[in-house]
Design a binder for this molecule. Structure first.
Ligand SMILES: Nc1ncnc2c1ncn2[C@@H]1O[C@H](COP(=O)(O)OP(=O)(O)O)[C@@H](O)[C@H]1O
Ligand SMILES: [Mg+2]
Length: 248
């Protein structure tokens, strides 16, 4: 039986977190809101939350199967994910396999340059300060995480990158970069939280280099939802579609 949806705990820019009758579990509702540039550009895209939730659920299941601890319990129905309640660490952990986006504005990398080993960058998740890039000593001084926690986060993140890069390549999608967030569960384990979706990843068609992620929205291009739907249709197999009753 699914737990009852309780009070709203937090409404962010794209998702809303609700209490449940189990104090260790929350329901994350994926909304249709999409924002860019620190929330300056805001819109609502019909069924964005629906597709992001199934894409995220698929990624979390692939990671769980590979032995990585995540918040994921189950997708109640598209749009609504039952998760472990986490005490979130305010870090945006960014992994880059191919140079794109803000990295090119800040450093002299060449567009689409392969980054091997991958770059791991951590930004302070703080809208007021515009998510500045951190280094370990700033992170430790701000007491956002300890040195040991940072090392754990980096090592889990590299594993996540390997698992998802391989999974996506098997679906003919390249994985230039992605952003994830971690939190502590009730047993103080560091656990992957939040979402992994075209809102938080760069995803490129491996054959055509077609952009299949939020960069389309950032650049004001058409077909944002067509791209997200294409990602969902490439990632989900027949069993997932039947299990979650996904409609395209
Ligand atoms: N499992 C979880 N338990 C509690 N909070 C979570 C969990 N997963 C994600 N969150 C938090 O919930 C919020 C998700 O909503 P989102 O719209 O992405 O917010 P934001 O605008 O802050 O990025 C984020 O602040 C995220 O850190
Ligand atoms: Mg967010």
């Amino acid at each position: 039986m699914n737990p009852k949806m309780g009070n709203l705990i937090y409404a962010g820019k794209a998702k809303t977190v609700y209490e449940t009758d189990d104090p260790d579990q929350v329901i994350v509702k994926f909304r249709d809101d999409i924002t860019a540039g620190d929330g300056v550009k805001t819109e609502s895209l019909v069924r964005k939350g629906y597709y992001n939730s199934v894409i995220s659920a698929k990624f979390f299941e692939v990671l769980e199967d590979a032995g990585i601890k995540t918040q994921y319990i189950k997708l109640i129905k598209p749009g609504y994910m039952l998760c472990k309640k986490l005490d979130m660490i305010p870090l945006e952990v960014i992994t880059r396999n191919i140079a794109a986006g803000s990295l090119l504005k800040k450093f002299p990398f060449t567009e689409k340059q392969e980054l091997e080993p991958p770059i791991i960058q951590m930004d302070y998740k703080n809208d007021e300060y515009h998510d500045p890039m951190l280094n370990d000593s700033i992170t430790i001084a701000l007491e956002l995480a300890t040195k040991e926690e940072l090392d754990t986060i980096r090592s889990i993140t590299l594993e996540i990158n390997s698992v998802l890069k391989e999974f996506l390549l098997s679906k003919a999608i390249l994985f230039p970069d992605f952003k994830i967030e971690y939190g502590f569960d009730s047993e103080e384990n560091i656990v992957l939280g939040d979402e992994i979706s075209p809102d938080t990843c760069r995803l490129w068609d491996a054959q055509t280099s077609e952009v299949l992620d939020k960069d389309l929205f950032r650049k004001g291009e058409d077909g944002v939802m067509d791209a997200y739907m294409k990602v969902a249709s490439l990632l989900l197999d027949e069993t997932d579609i039947a299990k979650w009753n996904v409609e395209f």
